[in-house]
Design a protein around this ligand. Structure first.
Ligand code: BG6
Length: 533
């Protein structure tokens, strides 16, 4: 596909913010982007992995781009006494390590010292337990030093602390927003897992919403921070080519894959409770499905986009045991089995692989199967969406029956490859009319300078601006859990069986059978042969 980079077109997103940007000494911001308003970012879980791996790299990248206000402050809360200087130094060291590590998403090479110093000067550490009044009284004192100030409370903690932290913030009066132009915003950012099923998600929403308004709650799904995921809407709605065929009359099926080669990476305890299905399906994979299936919104206004996405989660037909296959990796070419991993029971029945057939019951998609799969220790790392078109209606080429033609497939590559590809048919060279399948592809790196983005840059920046487009609303979270509730709590038939697959393989054979009964097959994870054909 031949594409030339065009003048960037900004989406008609005009978020409201209450405070205008002040003077700025960080590098100047990219054209068309303004620095976020001044705010204090309070990170609960300052000593955790998320802060170090994702939040700090994202803040650093925003500082490099000059998108943070000089008035910004970052208060890190964690249990255990620690000097601010020690926290800063720890963060600096890990940032340097990630920047130097080619396998890291934050492979920035050498750090820009000016940008890091800018961030470091704004860091302050505060020791505090997440469940004691004392912590919140201390925090209030600090925040009262700049009354009316904007504050974002980022809950980078394990899920069991979500409720107590929000409750303490509410009771301490820290979620009260100022009024009028002088007022400051108070926002809460919550990580996944947002509940473990429908009942717990409802309960968590109700709890949070008894202390804060929905407009103050920013529920993160980090997949939505990825440029390649946001680009799904650009591909669909900025090109005249796709919209006419983006419907049941032309689309045969859609495959959504999030395959990983890593195992549980020392997260045995968490994974034993969660499993691949809860970890990935009703959140990340449903988000991708939503981007593919949603109707065009009237604008890129947050509510317009979120309304359209909410319609999709609402239209997902509740999954049953017949629609899903679970698997667990066993010792194989890629290493040990799941049951041999630390903190995993030797007779564990937790699934490390999940596949599902999903139907979106609405006018556009009725009858089109969406096949979703995710798993650990698979043959390749590959997050992508493949949209397969129906065959042509008539056998025009004598030697090639319609069903022998390679189907047209548009693949949107999310990770680690970034781009798109399209499978189609041409005449092979020579005197005889013969059909040959080819693939045309576009790679981001060929057209744009790729940054060492961790995906949280846009999410943090949008939260500071008050733009909720990429965050999940309470209703969508609940309808997504609702669609999978019968799988998690089967009313009949018992738990879903878990089938073994060799570490490093394509997944369990039963997942192939799930598609085979509809006359379909998964696209191979190891696709080198197909791609180079
Ligand atoms: C997380 C899951 O939400 O997403 C992990 O808890 C998974 O188990 C990860 O590995 C995948 O995200 P990414 O961005 O690395 O594809």
């Amino acid at each position: 596909m031949s594409t030339t980079p065009n003048t960037p077109t900004s989406a008609a997103r005009e978020p409201s913010c209450k405070v205008s940007a002040g003077p700025h000494d960080a590098p100047s911001s990219p054209a068309g982007k303004r620095p976020a308003p001044p705010c204090t970012l309070v990170i609960f879980g300052a000593g955790g992995d998320l802060t170090k791996r994702l939040l700090m790299p994202a803040l650093y990248n925003l500082a490099v781009d000059g998108l943070l206000d000089d008035g910004m402050k970052i208060i890190g809360v964690n249990h255990g006494e620690r000097e601010t200087s020690v926290w800063r130094e720890d963060l600096h060291k890990s940032l340097q390590q990630f920047a130097a590590d080619k396998a890291s998403t934050f492979h920035a090479g050498k750090l820009d010292d000016k940008a890091w110093d800018w961030v470091a000067q704004r860091l302050e550490y505060m020791a505090g337990e997440f469940e004691t009044d004392d912590t919140f009284a201390k925090l209030k004192q600090k925040l009262d030093q700049s009354p009316g100030g904007n504050v974002i409370f980022y809950l980078a903690v394990t899920a069991r602390f979500f409720k107590p932290i929000v409750e303490h913030l509410g009771k301490a009066g820290l979620l009260k927003e100022g009024e009028g132009d002088a007022g400051g915003f108070r926002r809460i950012v919550i990580e996944k897992p947002f509940g473990t099923d429908l009942a717990s998600a409802r309960d968590l929403n109700a709890h949070i919403l008894s202390y804060a308004d929905e407009s103050q709650v920013y529920r993160i799904d980090h997949f939505l921070g990825k440029d390649t995921v946001q680009s799904i809407l650009a591909v669909r709605f900025a090109n005249a080519l796709f919209e006419p065929i983006w419907r049941r009359e032309y689309i045969d099926s859609v495959q959504i894959t999030a395959a990983e080669t890593i195992g549980v990476e020392g997260r045995g305890k968490f994974y034993e409770q969660t499993g691949a299905f809860r970890d990935m399906l009703p959140n990340h994979l449903f988000q991708l499905l939503g981007m593919v299936a949603m109707e065009p919104p009237n604008s890129f206004d947050a509510e317009a986009v979120r309304d359209k996405k909410a319609e999709i989660s609402d239209a997902i037909q509740p999954l049953t045991a017949d629609d899903v296959v679970f698997g667990q990796y066993e010792r194989g070419p890629a290493g040990i089995g799941y049951r041999e991993e630390p903190d995993v029971a030797p007779d564990s029945t937790t699934e490390t692989y999940a596949a599902a057939r999903v139907y979106v019951e609405n006018w556009r998609w009725a009858g089109v199967p969406f096949y979703l799969r995710t798993g650990k220790r698979l043959a390749a790392r590959r997050t992508e969406i493949s949209v397969q078109l129906k065959p042509v209606p008539f056998r025009l080429f004598r030697d090639t029956p319609v069903d022998a033609l390679t189907p047209n497939v548009l693949t949107l590559r999310i990770d680690p490859a970034h781009g798109t590809s399209f499978d189609f048919n041409v005449k092979t060279p020579g005197p005889v009319m013969q059909i040959g399948a080819v693939q045309s592809s576009f790679d981001y790196a060929d057209f744009f300078a790729e940054r060492a983005n961790v995906g949280y840059e846009t999410l943090l920046y949008d939260c500071m601006l008050g733009d909720e487009t990429l965050f999940q609303r309470a209703d969508s979270i609940e309808t997504s859990w609702c669609a999978v509730d019968d799988v998690l709590h089967p009313k009949t038939g018992g738990a879903i069986p878990v089938h073994g697959y060799a570490a490093g393989s394509e997944g369990p054979a039963e997942a192939d059978a799930l598609l085979a009964r509809d006359g379909h097959a998964w696209r191979p994870l190891k696709q080198d042969a197909v791609e180079k054909k």
